[in-house]
Design a protein around this ligand. Structure first.
Ligand SMILES: [Fe+2]
Ligand SMILES: [Fe+2]
Length: 139
């Protein structure tokens, strides 16, 4: 596994986090109806978490002497006022993010950098928790 391949994979994760920041900030602003008070806060907390994840991944790319992307993943962010659709889009996003980190972890393990592995595994667990939380919210 080449270092360039790991940097590419980390850049995909970073682009995904940058998209999550934009999507959750958008949904936090637009969510309406009776669920607005708690969902607006929930989405806003996801913005903060995604900024933190992006920062960790960016630092990992810097550590590997790579060039970190500033572009978000191109997947469309669906504009809606429907909170259920927002939650479904969030669920899709979290599943995609957890898959991305799941594919990165074995590459970083091979690299033998325990600190890097640990920091990315923490993010992977965050994404897994979000997937499960959204699954429960959508029940
Ligand atoms: Fe994330
Ligand atoms: Fe997430």
């Amino acid at each position: 596994m080449g270092q360039d391949e790991i940097i590419d994979a980390l850049n995909k994760a970073l682009a995904w986090e940058l998209r999550a920041v934009a999507m959750y900030a958008h949904y936090s602003a637009y969510v309406s109806g009776i669920h607005r008070p708690h969902l607006s806060v929930h989405f806003s907390n996801e913005v903060t978490e995604s900024i933190t994840h992006a920062s960790t991944v960016r630092s990992a790319i810097v550590k590997l002497d790579g060039k970190a992307t500033t572009e978000r993943a191109p997947d469309e962010i669906i504009h809606t006022n429907d909170y259920l659709l927002m939650l479904k889009e969030a669920h899709k996003t979290e599943k995609a993010a957890s898959k991305t980190y799941q594919s990165i972890l074995p590459m970083v393990k091979e690299l033998g950098d325990d600190e890097l592995y640990d920091s990315l595994e923490v993010i992977y667990f965050d994404e897994m928790r979000s997937v499960e939380e959204l699954r429960m919210m959508l029940k």
